[in-house]
Design a protein around this ligand. Sequence first.
Ligand code: NAI
Length: 397
Amino acid sequence: MAVIAFFELEGWEKAHIRNRLLGHDVVFINGVLDDKNIAEAARAEVLGIFIYSKLGPKQLGQMQHLKMISTFSTGFDHIDMAACNSRNILVSNVPAYGSQTVAEHTVALMLALAKKIVLSAERTKQGNFSIEGLRTIDLYDRTLGLIGFGKIGSHVAKTAKALGMHVRIYDPYADPNLVELLNCKLVGLDELLAHSDIISLHTPLTPQTKYVINAESIAKMKKGVLIVNTARGGLVDNKALVDAVLSGHVGGAALDVLEEEKAIKEERQLVSPEFSGAFDLRTVVANQILFNKPNVIITPHNAFNSQEALKRILDTSLDNIEAYLRGKPVNLVNNKEAKGEGKMAEKEKPSKKTARKGPKPAAKKAKAPAKKKAAKKPAKKAKPAKKKAAKKSKKKK
Ligand code: NAI
């Protein structure tokens, strides 16, 4: 029997989790993992968390029995991977639960920006039916630049093509066949920046992608460019974005993710005497300025939040835990070389049947670097303490 602790649940998941993990000591802890409630998880061998629970060396040090973390998310930058590796703690994520879900939100944000939907709706709610200042742009025939062409980026590309857009892609590991199939164009980053009317971000947050949108890259963009970010806040230097929005160089931005987004939920804490300086206040202020601009749309990290996606997230997270308990962990993320990071899961690719095959690009295709080969075999799998006690899971719906 393993002790399995869950944080950040809403309630509707609990009965389902208990059923799936029968025979184990399942602990539900209210809210985000923090200094106050972490002791309740001290016995846990397995941890189920969402992205607002930060796990660094300090927190891991307080969970001496921990062997496996199942994050209920695709992104895992809330978990200190080096600290996990040093303790041989396995981390599994949810690699795919509906890239379409996030792609739909991205396209919704693109359309909302281009068509000034939020501003128009706010005005009419106040009884103002004037169309002054509400002139919009067409997406048809415009160029969308996608930084990152994995599961989500490729679904955005497919929808953008259906809207009649030209799509340029910067992704050193993009699948060139899929790029061609969707009638998009692989380009270098500078070319994408210079030619895109809208730029949308779809990479993980890594040292290479951190602040990919900064003062220097913004200076290379077209005046009036629209920027959409549904990936991670750290991809955009918000201080630079504020300057560009205020100067008009950036015509609008739609952000589902923000650096220091947690601070927005905890504003009261910022002015409390106990405030520990956990947030970068310049970024928090920059966020506040963006909030107040009519040409900036901010959604609360909600792109994943569809009914269908949540059920898939829960089931995959529990599959990950059960696989670990059987001694055959899956969806590991702290074993990247072996897993070929960025590789698109077959079932998540837009299918060849449904993807509209357009004419081949007349110009020579931009050469994409070959996808990195998985160099090594997966590292030795860690065994759970008492894997035999793991009961068979109930059949999923
Ligand atoms: P993915 O792994 O399928 O695709 C990521 C792509 O980024 C890969 O094709 C990879 O080659 C590319 N990439 C990596 N480094 C790059 C670089 N330096 N420059 C350009 N491209 C690079 O991931 P997926 O599923 O498409 O998700 C993308 C991101 O979206 C996630 O990492 C996560 O942070 C975010 N996300 C946000 C959600 C939300 O609710 N707002 C929900 C789910 C994911």
